[in-house]
Structures are given as structure tokens and as C-alpha cells.
Design a protein around this ligand. Structure first.
Ligand SMILES: *[C@@H]1O[C@H](CO)[C@@H](O)[C@H](O)[C@H]1NC(C)=O
Length: 131
């Protein structure tokens, strides 16, 4: 066996031993201008995964603006999940805002209830996309 193959095998074994399946459930109600926002696209994503496809789950808010997502992933150390919401709260026509919200580490393995997510508030690092 070549040295490289051996190192690769060793890191695979290390991953199997130390990675553990972790989950998170996140729910909330999207609001804009004090109204519930239906049909906003909400995606649960894990930062720092080895897997390039880091999307864990996605959903659209219902007509009451509610969403609930469950995701789980095998990872070494703690998962760092966040949600990304695509919406058009206070945007120009033809534009959408992409806002991201971190999930606190103490909510891993539990339910994170965000209650009302006020989309009017511009969050750190958010983007606006226009056609
Ligand atoms: C989520 O993770 C917690 C903590 O590890 C565990 O107790 C619970 O059973 C898991 N829930 C599901 C649905 O897998």
C-alpha cells in the first residue's frame, strides 16, 4: 500500500470514529411590516461540512408565515447550522433579499424556536439580488 493510500485510510477511520450524527430543529414565523409572509423560501444549511452539499433541509413558509425544518448530519465536532431566507420584504420589484440567521450552539440536538423572524431588520452580511 502506498503511503498516500495509507494516510487516506487512516483519516477515513478517524472520521468514522469521531464524527457523530447531530441534528437540529428550527421553527419560526416570518413577518414583514407586521404581516406574516407566506411562501418565503427557508433553507437549513450547515457551515463547515466536508460534504460540498451542505443543504440539510428546505421549505416554504405556509400562509401563516410559519416554517419548521429538521436537519441532521454526521460531523466531527459540532455542526454550525444556520438558516437562509429568500424573501422580498421591502424590496424593489424584481428583487429579493437573502437573509441568514445563525442557530445557537446550545440548540444543537434540540428545537430552536425563533418565534417571530422580523424580515424588515437588515441582518449582518445579507444580500439583495435583482433580475
Ligand atoms: C437529535 O439529537 C438529540 C441529541 O443527540 C437526540 O437525543 C435526539 O434523539 C435526536 N432526534 C432525532 C429525531 O434524531
Amino acid at each position: 500500500m502506498s503511503r498516500l493510500a495509507f494516510v487516506l485510510l487512516l483519516s477515513l477511520v478517524a472520521f468514522e470514529v469521531s464524527a457523530k450524527l447531530q441534528n437540529v430543529t428550527v421553527k419560526g414565523i416570518a413577518v414583514c411590516n407586521k404581516r406574516r409572509v407566506a411562501n418565503a423560501h427557508v433553507i437549513l444549511i450547515d457551515k463547515d461540512t466536508l460534504d460540498p452539499n451542505d443543504e440539510l433541509a428546505q421549505i416554504h413558509t405556509n400562509k401563516e408565515g410559519e416554517f419548521e425544518l429538521f436537519g441532521e448530519e454526521d460531523e466531527i465536532g459540532k455542526i454550525e447550522p444556520y438558516i437562509r431566507i429568500h424573501h422580498n420584504c421591502n424590496t424593489q420589484p424584481g428583487c429579493e433579499r437573502v437573509s441568514e440567521y445563525q442557530i445557537p450552539q446550545e440548540k444543537i440536538g434540540e428545537l430552536y424556536d425563533m418565534t417571530y423572524v422580523t424580515l424588515d431588520i437588515i441582518v449582518h452580511g445579507e444580500k439583495t439580488k435583482c433580475n
